[in-house]
Design a protein around this ligand. Structure first.
Ligand SMILES: C[S@@+](CC[C@H](N)C(=O)[O-])C[C@H]1O[C@@H](n2cnc3c(N)ncnc32)[C@H](O)[C@@H]1O
Length: 408
């Protein structure tokens, strides 16, 4: 059992009596160097700062301390605010399991910032850029959004201001708050376009009231079916109406994992990742240039961490992928691939495949006979100029087979 005690900028003086007893009575006290300095020395107590790099060193350190099976109160860790907000509490639970970790939160920096801004919890979205690319903020940019952005260090506010301005959100009002609720608390407010401070204190977050004229208005917001022009592609991309239909059938869920097989530009997988929190993708593409394009599209949409690109032929890649909740096959369908995918799909998982050629269409008709589901032919026509007039121009019809495993 390990106890994780939240501590604020006020330090030990502001701990609850129960948390203080835990911290001062621990045999071993773990924490960041900053946190360990916030509490006075306790006789006979060993203090261990987190290893660096954390992930690699944490397992061995916890094993050495026998943290999982030591009695409650022996091993205690300090963390700032709410240890489960972009914090060490989450990592410890991942490593040791929830039953071996007890969390004792105090008010988080996000709550303090909202209190200063007068923003309710329901109105605001927390975005963490701690140890992550600033691109992670892009998916949340929409007029009217209120973001509380946790920063890696004091350089993040200026990086964020530049990113917002480049994307057409320069009118957004940013307030950086540092050392909230401590003697060194301070703040700075300016529009993103007029942000002039290159570096603030390192313990900082930024509240952003998003507004402006975005560079790609049609790509904003959570709905799938973004225009092709918002992705870099070489023509190998599902068109927006057909893609929106595929996403509706795939039904992205929080934490769900998609295999996007024959991913092309990555548009289907990227829209899956954007549609639900924690949703992730294995995008399989054998063409090297296209694989690189998927990576760059994922970066542009701020989901590089959620989209793993696998450079391989689809069938060869499957053994190395985590089990999927849904599978999209945009190209390269074969009978062997259908069987392999179905054997890995969990019951209730969705499989959606598209065909534009007669031979692939025949495969889908056969799959429909064997496994049921829905066959749909999607024909889209756009009005285009014909001399001085408008006329309908049909796009190539797409046959879509959609099925749910274990359900006729
Ligand atoms: C790893 S996260 C931990 C957040 C923490 N668990 C919490 O509840 O506030 C660290 C980041 O939180 C933000 N942060 C934590 N304490 C803060 C404070 N007192 N004032 C401003 N930002 C703070 C900063 O963005 C910092 O880089």
């Amino acid at each position: 059992m390990i106890d994780v005690v939240g501590i604020g900028e006020g330090g030990e003086a502001e701990l609850s009596p129960r948390s203080r007893a835990l911290v001062m009575g621990a045999r071993t006290l773990l924490g960041g160097r900053r946190h360990l300095k916030l509490v006075p020395a306790a006789p006979g107590q060993t203090r261990r700062p987190w290893p660096s790099p954390l992930r690699e060193g944490l397992g061995p350190l916890l094993a050495e301390l026998d943290a999982a099976s030591s009695p409650a109160g022996e091993v205690v860790a300090l963390a700032s605010g709410d240890p489960l907000l972009s914090g060490i509490g989450t990592t410890l639970i991942e490593v040791l399991g929830a039953d071996a970790v007890r969390i004792h939160p105090v008010v988080s920096s996000e709550t303090l910032a909202r209190a200063r801004m007068g923003w309710s919890a329901e109105q605001a979205t927390v975005v963490t850029l701690v140890g992550r690319s600033p691109d992670g903020v892009r998916r949340h940019l929409a007029s009217g959004a209120r973001l509380v952005v946790l920063c890696s260090d004091g350089s993040t506010p200026a990086v964020l201001a530049r990113l917002l301005t480049e994307q057409g959100w320069g009118a957004s009002r940013m307030t950086a708050w540092w050392h909230l609720d401590g003697p060194a608390e301070g703040s700075l407010t300016a529009s993103a376009a007029h942000w002039s401070v290159e570096r603030t204190a390192d313990l900082v977050l930024v509240c952003v009231q998003v507004s402006g004229t975005p560079a790609t208005p049609a790509a904003i917001g959570p709905a799938p079916g973004r225009p092709e022009s918002s992705f870099d592609h070489d023509g190998q991309i599902s068109k927006r109406d057909v893609r929106a239909s595929a996403l509706a059938q795939l039904r992205p869920t929080p934490g769900g994992h998609l295999w996007d097989l024959g991913a092309g530009s990555g548009a289907v997988g990227i829209e899956w990742a954007l549609a639900a929190p924690g949703a992730s993708v294995s995008a399989v593409e054998h063409n090297v240039a296209r694989a690189e394009r998927i990576r760059s599209n994922a970066r542009q949409f701020g989901v590089a961490a959620e989209v793993t690109v696998v450079e391989s032929a689809s069938l060869d890649a499957l053994a190395g992928l985590p089990d999927p909740d849904a599978v999209f096959v945009g190209g390269g369908l074969t009978p062997a691939l259908i069987d392999a995918v179905r054997s890995r799909l969990r019951p209730g998982g969705r499989l959606v495949a598209h065909a534009v050629t007669l031979s692939t269409e025949a495969l889908l008709v056969g799959a429909h006979e064997r496994f049921g589901g829905e066959l749909t032919r999607i024909s889209v026509e756009h009005a285009t100029s014909l001399g001085a007039h408008l006329s309908w121009t049909p796009a190539r019809a797409v046959v879509q087979w959609s099925s749910t495993k274990g359900m006729p």
